[in-house]
Design a protein around this ligand. Structure first.
Ligand code: SAM
Length: 245
């Protein structure tokens, strides 16, 4: 169930005001502590989890969304203006979550994005749970390409393997394509995927290591990229992980 609360309903100010100027100057308004603290304490249930949507939070990922889906209640605070008085964050907020490295005007769209991705982990929300198993990020890689009828469109053919009926070959082809796409668009995911032994089956480890060793040419634009060696990446990987904790 989704409930939307108007912060002004919790303000004790005679004009139902919810913001004030920032101490220290600098322009921009800040959410006052009283309405937010009163609202959170009234809304939060035992076992509930309070999230402030904020560009300075930890990044929303597939893994984070799965973790959030396990709470029996999520209280999402949508910021505005310059943000929220720090004392609210210190006393009431369990974590701050960002939807990406950019700044929006308000937390409403980030909250909707969070709700959408967390809901997908609730049984019954995704029609075909099987199709979601291969979605991007589920296994640490981006998803392989999809094709539907017709078999030839404007001269472009569906890859033969998908018409072959050989399910083992189809699985292998899809895995290889997922690795290539990840290499092309998100090489840091591939590095992490290979480092994570739990996800690295033998054949995948070989393919991944092969991609990691040689420069990879994109057939579409001929851009050639070489992945950083695993140890070059280690510093940024670690700092990202520690932010997730
Ligand atoms: C203009 S922003 C405030 C930006 C803040 N002064 C800063 O630099 O971090 C107003 C509100 O929009 C929401 N918001 C903006 N960008 C966001 C992002 N990338 N992820 C999550 N929430 C965001 C937050 O709730 C934030 O309090």
């Amino acid at each position: 169930m989704l409930n939307v609360h108007n912060l002004r309903d919790y303000s004790t100010d005679k004009n139902r005001c919810v913001d004030d100027v920032a101490y220290g100057g600098g322009g921009g308004m800040v959410f006052s502590p009283q309405p937010l603290v009163t609202a959170i304490r009234a809304i939060r249930k035992p076992g509930g989890h309070v999230v402030l949507l904020s560009p300075s939070g930890v990044k929303l990922t597939h893994k984070k969304a799965e973790e959030l889906s396990r709470f029996n209640q999520l209280v999402l605070i949508c910021g505005r203006y310059e943000g929220v008085d720090q004392r609210v964050i210190d006393s009431e907020v369990d974590e701050e979550i960002s939807i990406g490295d950019f700044v929006l005007t308000g937390g409403e769209i980030p909250a909707m994005i969070l709700i959408e991705t967390v809901s997908r982990f609730i049984p019954g929300v995704v029609g075909n749970q099987d199709s979601a198993k291969n979605d991007s990020f589920v296994n640490g890689l981006l998803e392989y390409p999809h094709y539907t009828r017709p078999a030839v469109f404007e001269g472009a053919k569906v890859p033969d393997v998908l018409l072959s009926g050989d399910h083992k070959e189809i699985v292998n082809w899809r895995r290889e394509e997922a690795l290539k796409k990840t290499m092309r668009n998100r090489p840091e995911l591939l590095t992490r995927h290979c480092e994570d032994a739990r996800h690295c089956e033998r054949s995948e480890a070989i393919s991944s290591q092969r991609l990691l060793r040689r420069p990879f040419g994109s057939p579409r634009n001929d851009v050639v990229a070489t992945l950083p060696r695993n140890d070059d990446n280690r510093h940024s990987e670690r700092s990202e992980e520690s932010k997730d904790v």
